[in-house]
Design a protein around this ligand. Structure first.
Ligand SMILES: O=C(CO)[C@H](O)[C@H](O)COP(=O)(O)O
Ligand SMILES: [Co+2]
Length: 231
């Protein structure tokens, strides 16, 4: 994803990104079709290595398989200890945006630069218990900050409101930075996250627990617009 494509995502307004973590992996193609029909504009893919986080998901073959069956942009959330070891393979597989964790690397600016050189958008993620000071001086070459509202590793966890203060703080300091939130987003938490200044909302459980993804996404958009939920 180049800068113009990222800008067009931002200009299109807030977007809900389904996280495939909770989907039916036995019917991946049909799940993606259902999400496309429900109005999805970007897919969020959670890659976990069983080392950076205590959970294991999938890697390049699934990203490549999705790429063959959809033209939707693929936003790949790398919850892995060595993002550079897999960055090129992920881009070759079809990733449009690669987000790595600030906790995983020694020099985030260097990693961001090497990912940017691969021709994709770059995101930097931060877990709820990591001090925000770790982002100081780390945002050069970063297109997006992913503020985790759960500890990375599992779907279905409860929203941590510390993420709201973080979004507010980043939005005030970086008006043009793309901000994404991930974890525990539902009809109660999406409104406050939008009000705090977030652009992209990753949603797993609150979509995949519904029989009708279109209804679930419409409900989340309504909740976001009416800003329901606790502050
Ligand atoms: O990165 C993640 C977990 O580490 C997932 O994107 C996230 O948890 C989505 O699932 P849910 O909406 O159920 O919290
Ligand atoms: Co994620």
């Amino acid at each position: 994803m180049n800068r113009a494509e990222l800008d067009s995502i931002r200009q299109a307004g807030p977007a809900i990104l389904p996280s495939l973590l909770q989907c039916d992996f036995g019917n991946l193609q049909s799940e993606v079709e259902r999400l496309s029909q429900a109005g999805t504009s970007v897919l969020h893919l959670d890659v976990m290595d069983g080392h950076f986080v205590p959970n294991l998901t999938y890697g390049m073959p699934i990203v490549a398989g999705l790429r063959r069956h959809t033209s939707l942009p693929l936003d790949v959330h790398l919850m892995i200890s060595d993002p550079l070891a897999y960055a090129k393979a992920m881009v070759d597989a079809g990733a449009d945006m690669l987000t790595f964790h600030v906790e995983a690397v020694d020099d985030a600016v260097d990693v961001a630069g090497q990912i940017r050189d691969l021709g994709v958008g770059v995101g930097l993620a931060i877990n709820p218990d990591t001090p925000m000071s770790q982002l100081d001086g780390a945002l050069d070459g970063v297109d997006m900050v992913l503020v985790m509202s759960v500890q990375a590793g599992f779907g279905g966890q409860s929203f941590n409101p510390v993420a709201l203060d973080r979004i507010r703080d980043l939005r005030a300091r970086f008006p043009d930075l793309l901000l994404e939130i991930d974890g525990g987003i539902n009809a109660s938490t999406i409104g406050p996250a939008r009000q705090a200044g977030c652009d992209l909302f990753v949603v797993g459980s609150a979509i995949f627990s519904s029989d009708d993804y279109g209804v679930a996404i419409a409900g989340l958009n309504d909740a976001m617009a009416s800003n329901q939920g606790a502050k």
